[in-house]
Design a protein around this ligand. Structure first.
Ligand code: ZN
Length: 541
């Protein structure tokens, strides 16, 4: 029983209540204080909300919780903005782990290095004797030291990998960075994590998620997916899984889509737990702008006319969409560039034509450059847009986009309002671990303000202000749209009698404070399936 609060239901009428009663894992009452007494018995636990705001638990519609394992066992460079500090962080990490056999890490930013990326010699300074492999923040590039290059057998003679890039010096020798498919060349250098480590990683993520009010995640691809999936199954079986997880498996462009569809459908029927379902094929249409691998309609500036890379042949992609759609799967496409999104929509349109209408809820994510006429097609095809509002800011990534795209395109990155206006379901997401912590309140701020906190008055500090959305729309995006995107609207996404009690309690009302202050709002309480899974130390309700 929660009382004395502002309950924002996110239902059709956007109604508000003052009190909410939960029985078991289900919401049984929402309304005024006066009706609540009938629900209180001697066994009822009553929580005083002290005027806090109650929302449906947040849905993160594209993230990678298996990176919790990485957070626990690898060096993180996330949030560091200088190369010298990268080196120091890695040195400190190694000093504390003298027996380490491989240095693994993540989080460097392309923007801090020349276009060819960082050099292996730089990493040798930190780790001269063991192999070192450090992924970029976006996960699309891998920085290796000389020892790792040796062990992977990558030399001047190594041929280019289709769908990938081996960065090279003028003489053809590898300079230190592998991108996209070429990253697989280093796969044998670092062994996989154990089941125990995957379980600990997932627990670690789950704790972070609960502290941020997140109760449902779409896992858009898992690190070492077989072990990661086992870890989730083990947690679900023991009752330790306290997040609704919807999973995806990657379908690479060189795989046979028929085989892959069958594999995913098999796993789908094997998973019996309500918290754990797999129904999605994840496809990559392109890479990222910072790595000049996103596929663009117009060339990058200063890159010899390159438009980046599409990772699928259009006809092959059409066929894959048709096959996956026919198997009843959701298709979730990584699509950053405008040309990539155009092709992805073509493929989904083809599947619709070939297979007929189905409530398919396919999705495109990232959507950094989008042709205005394609936004309408999302609506027509019923395709869900999954943006990461965390990135709707002017920062070092923006500076790099400015160099690579020029001002006209850089100013028009990441549409959001246009999607809402076209009637598209817009389900927001963090892409954790690209964003750590994956705090929906920060994303709500960025979606509304389209700038870093405090930058709204700085000239040029706001990214494409015409695409700002309202606080209500951002809440809607993180709750109801997220539920819809994952076929969960019957269970969660709004606060209504009969729905699962996935609930977040905030210490302030997001709709009555200036949006600039939203990042300072604190989560007081998170309830999952009727069970309290997080309580802020400061809350005594
Ligand atoms: Zn992702």
């Amino acid at each position: 029983m929660l009382r004395n609060g502002l309950i924002y239901t996110v239902d059709g009428l956007r109604s508000r209540g003052e009190a909410l009663a939960i029985k078991g894992d289900t919401i049984v009452y929402i309304d005024e204080e006066t009706g609540i007494e009938a629900w209180i018995s001697s066994h009822t636990r009553v929580l005083d909300l002290q005027g806090g705001m109650v929302l449906p638990g947040f849905v993160d519609s594209h993230c990678h919780p298996s990176a919790g394992t990485i957070q626990l066992y690898e060096v993180s460079l996330v949030g560091i903005k200088e190369v010298a500090a990268y080196l120091k962080t890695m040195r400190d990490f190694l000093e504390k782990r003298p027996g380490l056999k491989v240095l693994r890490g993540m989080g460097w930013i392309n923007g801090l290095f020349p276009p060819g990326g960082p050099r292996k010699e730089l990493l040798d300074q930190v780790a001269p004797h063991i192999p070192a492999l450090v992924r970029s923040e976006d996960g699309h590039s891998l920085w290796l030291n000389s020892r790792a290059m040796e062990q992977a057998g990558i030399t001047r003679q190594t041929p280019e990998v289709p769908g990938g890039v081996i960065e090279r010096q003028a003489d053809g020798s590898p300079s230190g960075v592998l991108r996209e498919k070429a990253m697989e060349l280093a796969a044998q250098v670092a062994p996989g994590y154990a089941l125990r480590q995957h379980i600990e990683g997932m627990r670690f993520f789950q704790e972070q998620a609960h502290a941020l009010g997140i109760t449902t995640v779409f896992e858009a691809g898992m690190l070492e997916w077989r072990t990661a999936l086992q870890a989730r199954q083990a947690m679900a079986a023991s009752g330790d899984l306290k997040l609704r997880c919807r999973l995806a498996l990657e379908v690479p462009s060189d795989a046979d889509p028929v085989m892959k569809a069958a594999e995913i459908a098999d796993l789908r029927s094997m998973l019996k737990n309500d918290l754990l379902k797999l129904n999605t094929a994840k496809l990559f249409m392109d890479g990222v702008i910072e790595g000049t691998t996103a596929y663009l309609e117009e060339p990058y500036l200063g890159m010899g006319g390159s438009q980046g890379k599409r990772l699928w042949e259009p006809l092959k992609f059409h066929r894959a969409c048709q096959v996956l759609d026919q198997a009843g799967l959701q298709i979730h496409v990584h699509s950053v560039g405008d040309a990539a999104t155009h092709l992805a929509l073509d493929g989904l349109g083809h599947a619709r034509q070939a297979n007929g209408f189905r409530d398919s809820r396919h999705a495109l994510t990232h959507l950094q450059q989008v042709r205005p006429e394609d936004i309408r097609r999302f609506g027509e095809l019923g395709v869900v847009a999954v943006p990461q509002p965390y990135w709707f800011v002017v920062d070092e990534n923006y500076q790099q986009a400015l160099e690579l795209l020029g001002e006209r395109r850089a100013r028009r990155q990441y549409p959001m309002r246009s999607f809402f206006n076209a009637g598209v379901c817009v389900a927001s997401a963090s892409d954790y671990p690209v964003v750590i912590p994956p705090d929906p309140l920060v994303a709500i701020h960025h979606g509304v303000m389209r700038c870093l906190q405090g930058m709204e008055q700085v000239p040029g500090g706001v990214l494409w202000p015409e695409e700002r959305v309202s606080v209500e729309q951002m809440i809607y995006s993180f709750t109801r749209c997220g539920a819809y995107a994952n076929f969960l609207e019957g269970e969660i996404g709004t606060l209504e009698p009969g729905k699962k009690a996935d609930i977040v309690v905030l210490d302030r009302d997001l709709l009555s404070i200036p949006p600039q202050e939203i990042p300072e709002v604190k989560v007081r309480l998170t309830i999952f399936n009727g069970e309290e899974v997080y309580r802020s130390p400061a809350y005594e309700g």
